[in-house]
Write a protein of this length. Structure first.
Length: 203
């Protein structure tokens, strides 16, 4: 009997090429715009009013409020003499400023006019009584701060002094009579190195 001829196998490479030629192109499945949706949700959340935290975001937990003769003039003086910035001034229709905020780094000094009907406080310059409260401000270069304030008209209460506790300081007074201590730390003070105070005489 005659032997059946085996069908010649097509080369593997040709078979693959043939399959690719007849294969239907795959449909691209549209991806969900998850990223856009997430960004939109984030923007919507940012636009929503924040829950109160107990204080405004731009205010420290502790600040001081002082009475001054003229809020507008005091804000300007603090800019020129101390390098502070005017954060806010509430101006009335007549041009008077009934509330002001002066800032330095993370500190805020609020102030109001001594003529305010909401307060009977007077500035030290008006009352003639020295304020029992002084302000202590750290700055990068107290020598430069001292010269600037003095030249701008601040009253020098005490010149530049190297204190035993590591600060180099000066004491200045503004036109309202408020006292400012400016300081730059020169070394870290260790209280344990201090000798105990001598006992009073007779003990």
């Amino acid at each position: 009997m005659a032997k059946k001829k085996k069908a010649a196998k097509k080369p593997a490479k040709k078979m693959k090429a043939a399959r690719k030629a007849v294969a239907k192109p795959k449909k691209r499945v549209a991806k969900k715009p998850a990223r856009k949706a997430a960004m939109a949700a984030k923007k919507a959340k940012a636009a929503m009013p924040k829950e109160p935290t107990g204080k405004p975001d731009n205010m420290p937990w502790i600040s001081t409020y002082i009475a001054v003769r003229d809020v507008k003039e005091t804000l300007g003086f603090y800019e020129r003499a101390f390098g502070f910035t005017t954060r806010f001034a509430m101006t009335m229709p007549d041009g008077s400023v009934v509330h002001g905020e002066s800032g330095y780094r993370d500190g805020v000094i609020m102030m109001g006019p001594e003529s305010s009907p909401m307060s009977t406080s007077k500035s030290p310059a008006t009352s003639g009584v020295e304020s029992p409260v002084n302000l202590y401000i750290y700055c990068p270069d107290v020598d430069t701060a001292f010269v600037r304030a003095r030249d701008a008209g601040a009253t020098v209460v005490q010149g530049l002094v190297d204190q035993f506790y590591g600060d180099r300081t000066c004491v200045l007074k503004d036109p309202n009579g408020h006292v400012f201590h400016f300081a730059t730390q020169k070394f870290v003070f260790d209280p344990s190195t201090m000798a105990p105070p001598a006992p009073p005489a007779g003990m």
